[in-house]
Design a protein around this ligand. Sequence first.
Ligand SMILES: Cc1ncc(COP(=O)(O)O)c(C=O)c1O
Length: 405
Amino acid sequence: MSGNDSFISFFRPSIGKEEIREVTECLESGWLTTGKRSKQFETDFASYMGAKYAVAMNSCTAALHLALEAVGLKENEIVLVPAMTFAATAEVVRYFNAIPVLVDCNEDDFCMNMQDAAEILRRIKKGKKVKGLPEKHGRARAIIPVHFGGQVADVIEARKLCGEYDLKMVEDCAHCCPAYYKDEKGDWQMAGRSADIACFSFYANKTITTGEGGMALTDNEKWADRMRVMCLHGISKDAWKRFTKAGSWYYEITAPGFKYNMPDTAASIGIHQLKKADRFWEERKKISATFSERLSGIPGITLPVEKADRKHSWHLYPIRIDGKTVKTGRNEFIEKMKEYEIGTSVHYMPLHMHPYYKKNYGFKEKDFPTASKIFEQTMSLPLYPGLTEGEINRICEAVRKIAAL
Ligand SMILES: Cc1ncc(COP(=O)(O)O)c(C=O)c1O
């Protein structure tokens, strides 16, 4: 972000008068924490996604944590996580002292490579060595596909693995409101609908935002109830009601829970962002199509591609810069984009390259070669509703000019 008007930020949230009015009404109502607005946001979100239950929380990280708790993850058990993801996807596994076993990604969509995942599961079953897996470990319990940038991972293959190895599937849908994939019958399904529990992010730069916020989505009543209880100190069901007329002062602590509930101030924003989710999506699709048209054919630059059986959310538009063809390598490219007053970002430095994972699991860069290679080359362009025609032109021109240096 920058105070400079001509600087094109990597991200700008689209907040309208509806969100501002709702937040103001919420503030004036005297009820700021979890209440009727959070509940409405949950109902609206579940209905938009076509799911039975939605549990609003204060982040996607919280939702991922409680999703794993609900499906019963225990210490030393294994969860398959893509190497190419954000910190949250794997850290939640560590909250349990469980083991995140990393999986390399596909070259084309940066999502978890399901053939690699299958091989890892086979090896675990046969008691063979797996990178980063300590000798003492429990059973494989879950898999967390991440829909990188908003293109849905191979959830059909992931589900097959769940069947074969008795795993639960928790989808990291942080980038996916909305995105779609074609199921085995050829019907379009929303990202998150194949999961046991799917977790969404409403962080400030996401496709819809509440500033900070997240949602867990499931059709399983038992898991929904568990997450509801655990996101409010483990106290009995409708604890959030205890200061309302309908509520009671009395509550019971049933488990050592967490403080992960979404306040109504945040839900006030979410209710209206959700109403605009499809319009925002249309705008992002248009901008990404413009990028793809105007940036095509640049030697050494590879653009993201939407697969035929996917509808991309276009949360991110990561381009790849091949340092062998383009003289300006990725890091310098980012600096030069800054000189053109354009903010960019990198998604992601893969988990196995971070000190914590290197130190504790002994990972080397070459352990996940595709993720490492993509990391060296990738740079995400600004992509959000409200980017003006002039800004889109400036971004495309800057990429072309720098690539031609
Ligand atoms: C892939 C992925 N998973 C999880 C998260 C965590 O989301 P939150 O910030 O809402 O906890 C993020 C956030 O950027 C993300 O990109």
